[in-house]
Design a protein around this ligand. Structure first.
Ligand code: PSV
Ligand code: MN
Length: 396
């Protein structure tokens, strides 16, 4: 191995500190609006989702929490909390971020917190407040808010009125947060609304978070950007302004494609992680929730999840190895080619042996994907779960 002991220490430190949250919906059968290819091993109950999450954590050692989507995982709201707590104990997986569902009810056709009807806005706000209470009861910190609100045709809605309604709803929601809870505001420029969405980009998210209060910040979903956007620059801005709360990781070729992280553009994720390591190195106080937001239609759910966690670990580790002191000198002297080569060169290093060494040192399988295959988990659950897999929404 060509890594010296300093790199080795850096790598181990980075991987020891890296945790990534898996989404419950990533284990369920989902699809596209054109249909669904059902997988026998897909989870159809919350118990099965916890079992799958525990298996991913056993294999990777990096995923102790699972994000929950309120309507899909706690359809009876607070009443479901004791059952979830029992599953947390049984599977040694904690509930992660709580995702309110403000897009599935029929009344949300013209919006939820931004709906022109005050009664529907109230209904949506009540769901926000229930979600906050669920978060408190489960001891989970983040409320991760994404809304499908928007419009499809110019002139059909007042964009400014909707801004005001949302500011108000988020202020009220923030007032109900416990002292340790955070409100993460996610943005998305398109889908399911195709003319305007009410939180279309990071600037709007940051504005709403600031208006809401000090415990609100921005959630960056890597799939929620136009193709040419420089996501690491957005990340740098959010770091600089103290507004970065977390990520929903996935990769994409065109839009919100939900492909596995790093499958299309691993360099993009490396560049994002570089901004984070460099902010940490400069002494900025960071508190970033790393989460996966993918639901796979073609790949096996378990394999895709383990593959994603491994990719995240490897890219996080790669970015940790950038010689930032030297890079800073090269940036200062505007030695462009040398700076670029140092940066790019680190990206090209194969860190997989380092990651494998870390896994072995921590009592994990050197290759979690191979271990998953060897364990027969997917075949076993496939037989047990059979074809009784149920469908969940395909928004993701
Ligand atoms: C919407 O596309 C999104 O990214 C939001 O985070 C949702 O909560 C998630 O996908 C799951 O459908
Ligand atoms: Mn998301």
């Amino acid at each position: 191995m060509r890594f010296d002991s300093a790199a080795h220490d850096k790598a181990f430190k980075a991987l020891d500190s890296f945790r990534i949250e898996i989404p419950s919906w990533g284990f369920a059968n989902t699809g596209t609006r054109f249909g669904k290819f059902v997988q026998a091993a897909a989870a159809s109950t919350i118990e099965e989702k916890f079992a799958d999450a525990a298996e991913v954590n056993r294999l990777t050692g990096a995923t102790p929490t699972m994000a929950l989507h309120v309507l899909w995982d706690l359809p009876n709201g607070l009443a479901d909390v004791p059952a979830v707590q029992a599953l947390e104990r049984q599977f040694r997986i904690r509930s992660g971020s709580i995702n309110p569902n403000l897009f599935q009810d029929q009344e949300y056709k013209y919006g939820s917190l931004c709906n022109p009807s005050a009664a529907i806005r109230e209904h949506a706000l009540a769901h926000m407040l229930d979600s906050i209470e669920i978060g408190k009861a489960l001891g989970s910190r983040d409320i991760s808010l994404w809304m499908a609100d928007g419009s499809n045709y110019p002139g059909t809605q007042s964009i400014r009125k909707r801004i005001g309604w949302l500011e108000e709803a988020l202020r009220v929601s923030h007032g109900h947060l416990g002292p340790k809870q955070r409100l993460l505001v996610e943005y998305k420029p398109f889908e399911p609304a195709f003319y305007h969405t009410d939180i279309a980009d990071w600037g709007m998210s940051a504005h709403f978070a600031r208006e809401a209060g000090p415990q609100a910040c921005v959630l960056v979903d890597t799939g929620h950007h136009y193709s040419a956007q420089n996501i690491e620059q957005i990340v740098a801005w959010l770091l600089h302004t103290g507004m970065l709360g977390g990520f929903h990781f996935n990769d994409r070729r065109y839009a919100d494609d939900d492909l596995t992280l790093g499958s299309i553009d691993p360099y993009q994720i490396f560049r994002i992680f570089h901004e984070i390591h460099s902010a940490a190195g400069d002494g900025l106080e960071l508190d970033i929730a790393y989460m996966i937001d993918q639901s796979h239609n073609l790949k096996g759910k378990m394999e895709a999840m383990v593959q994603t966690v491994m990719a995240a670990q490897e890219l996080y580790l790669k970015a940790a190895l950038v010689d930032r002191e030297q890079l800073s000198e090269l940036q200062q002297s505007c030695d462009l080619v040398a700076a670029e080569e140092l940066f790019r060169g680190t990206f090209w290093e194969d860190v997989r042996p380092l990651a494998a060494a870390w896994r072995e040192a921590r009592g994990l399988a050197a290759d979690p994907l191979a271990e998953l295959r060897k364990s027969g988990y997917v075949e076993r659950t496939g037989q047990e779960r059979g074809s009784r897999s149920s469908a969940v929404s395909s928004y993701a």
